[in-house]
Ligand binder design. Structure first.
Ligand code: FES
Ligand code: MG
Length: 591
């Protein structure tokens, strides 16, 4: 039976109402009756809406979705749909060994199978913790059934002695305090625990808040929904409205490919600069774009994003946290500011069926300490720059977190204000760094540039968030809080380190980082966007030849079947670190 509202045949009809194959129809029907649906209901032609559930005890950041799903269900039913909730592979950013990055593509692949292989007409994607958002958007892009994301929302603000303590960001601060002897281990744990006062995801502008804000900027969730803290009543209400809305999206046949256009991605890039978003965003947006077939290059981040000012005053680039962001107006208030400068493609269509321009035009800033008006930004030109040279083809640097100490030490030479040079100290993976960083024999000085390699998608499967290395304890005690860090790994979005990261190709893929040695001099020029080891080409070629002969850059063996499979096909971070070849499956469920 066709949908009674639109009279368009629904995808689920092929399972439950297929006169050409009554055997299979009956088999499908009898089993789906098990959880209480009636035959009439299943054959009524009502849209069947999946609730792809990422919450579980293993993924505490998203766990509140178990509660919110009840409100989603009520919305779906109220709008005339049938809700079917199912689990997806959980990903918890900080708990998963060796990396949560490894599981993004696994969750992607598994969700593609679920969305493609079962009788679903549309889906609510319950997103939150860092990798859950891109994994689910990537899958929805591939399958291309109507889909809407629902953020679980950030935790409430953390507090310690009257000051805000933010997820992750407090860890980077606490480890410096511990290294400097200002706190003991118990004090360390207490300080960090204070940053997590409720259910929800990281309350800083880490990768979770970033990716949820960008899911909204892309148009994949209801306007104003990304920033609502998890425990707020508004979060329950938006869950209900998301349930209502997905049923209409099915009736309107509004699909991810209609929403995830190049213009939508460019909007997300601009918003990312204005919110001070995570350096993981370029990886994930590249992945989503490739799965939906939208044209997006790493260079677009610099071309369209670098000049955009920082408006949102959230840690790590600023002072405030998630509750403040929501109260100040969230994503719509930011977009409205950017629209004044013509920085937003206003016609891009969003999940509510209206354009982003229509949705955000009248949004106001409710607290200018937290979201600055465009005329008074926290920082000008706050986006990423893209670097290349003989060390790598592409890496990015988040300029909004360059603080005065770093600027004065490295970027204040009047003859050469945007460049710095120094000797390299090279670490092979995070374990090597942790073992050796405080060894005085390394002779690390304020001039040293610290390198982390063997931490990319192949070398440390999934790519480890380890490039933001702290200096040795003796330098911190002397007041040196950050050295330039460069690496083929990632960095937590909660870190305020102005590292040069996501370097591609990684050492394990025999990129230039595989050739650098401790003691080599390196020059970084931010204006030119160059990063080079100052060694003649002939010598680099000789080092490469010798390394290839020795079997290539060595990295630890795989520990699980999935690590081995992913390592065989994963691409580099500048192109999304997706499973290469999977992008040829596009719009696979289109009816
Ligand atoms: Fe899950 Fe930060 S660790 S959101
Ligand atoms: Mg992270």
């Amino acid at each position: 039976m066709p949908d009674p509202v639109t009279s368009r045949p629904l995808r689920s009809r092929a399972w439950f109402d297929n006169p050409d194959n009554i055997d299979m129809t009956s088999l499908y029907l009898e089993r789906y009756l098990n959880f209480g649906l009636s035959l009439e209901e299943l054959r009524s032609g009502k849209p069947i809406i999946g609730i792809a559930q990422t919450g579980s005890d293993l993924s505490p950041c998203n766990r509140h979705h178990l509660v919110l799903a009840e409100r989603v269900r009520e919305g779906i039913r109220e709008a005339g749909g049938i809700a079917i909730e199912f689990p997806v592979h959980p990903i918890q950013e900080t708990g998963k060994r060796p990396t949560a990055g490894l599981d993004r593509n696994l969750a992607y692949m598994a969700l593609v199978e679920l969305l493609y292989g079962y009788p679903l007409d549309g889906v609510v994607l319950t997103v939150g913790c860092d990798k859950t958002t891109p994994a689910m958007l990537m899958a929805a892009a591939t399958v291309n059934i109507p889909a809407i994301a629902l953020s679980v929302g950030p935790m409430l603000n953390g507090w310690h002695k009257g000051e805000r303590t933010g997820s992750g960001t407090i860890v980077w601060k606490a480890r410096q305090m511990l290294a400097a002897g200002e706190i003991d281990e118990a004090g360390f744990i207490k300080l960090v625990a204070s940053s997590a006062p409720s259910t929800g995801y990281c309350n800083t502008m880490g990768t979770a808040t970033t990716m949820n804000s960008l899911a909204e900027a892309l148009g994949m969730q209801l306007p104003g929904s990304a920033a609502i803290p998890a425990p707020y009543r508004d979060r329950q209400e938006i869950s209900y409205r998301t349930g209502l809305r997905i049923v209409d999206m099915v009736r309107e046949d509004l699909k991810p490919s209609d929403i995830l256009t190049r213009e939508a991605f460019l909007n997300a890039i601009v918003v990312n600069s204005a919110i001070g978003g995570s350096t993981n965003a370029p990886i994930h947006l590249a992945a989503i774009a490739r799965h939906v077939g939208a044209d997006l290059e790493l260079k677009d981040w610099e071309t369209h994003g670098h000049k955009v000012p920082l408006l949102v005053n959230l840690q790590p680039a600023g002072e405030y946290l998630g509750e403040d962001y929501y109260r100040a107006g969230g994503v719509p208030a930011v977009v409205a500011q950017l629209m004044k400068q013509g920085l937003i493609h206003e016609d891009a269509i969003t999940a509510n069926g209206r354009s982003i321009g229509e949705n955000c035009r009248d949004a106001t800033i409710e607290d200018e300490k937290v979201i600055r008006p465009l005329e008074r930004p926290l920082r000008e030109a706050a986006g990423f720059i893209v670097l290349s040279g003989n060390l790598f083809d592409a890496a990015i640097m988040k300029t909004s977190v360059i603080d005065d100490e770093f600027r004065n030490r490295y970027l204040s030479n009047p003859d050469d204000p945007d460049a710095f040079e120094g000797p390299a100290i090279v670490f092979d993976g995070p374990e090597d760094y942790h073992h050796r960083i405080d060894d005085p024999a390394l002779n690390i000085t304020p001039e040293t540039l610290m390198f982390m390699r063997g931490a990319g998608p192949i070398g440390y499967p999934g790519a480890a968030e380890v490039v933001n290395m702290r200096p040795p304890a003796y330098l911190i005690r002397e007041g040196v809080h950050a050295l330039p860090c460069i690496g083929d790994g990632r960095q937590s979005g909660t870190s305020g380190s102005p590292s040069i990261l996501n370097a591609s190709p990684e050492a394990a893929a025999m990129g230039g980082l595989a050739l650098i040695r401790t003691g080599d001099r390196v020059r970084i020029d931010l204006r030119k966007g160059s990063a080079d080891v100052l060694i003649p080409n002939e010598e680099l070629a000789e080092r490469r030849r010798a390394l290839v002969e020795a079997g290539g850059y060595a990295y630890p063996a795989s520990q699980t079947p999935w690590q081995e499979m992913q390592r065989a096909v994963v691409g580099q971070m500048n192109t999304g670190a997706i499973l290469e070849g999977s992008e040829k499956y596009q719009r696979i469920a289109q009816t």
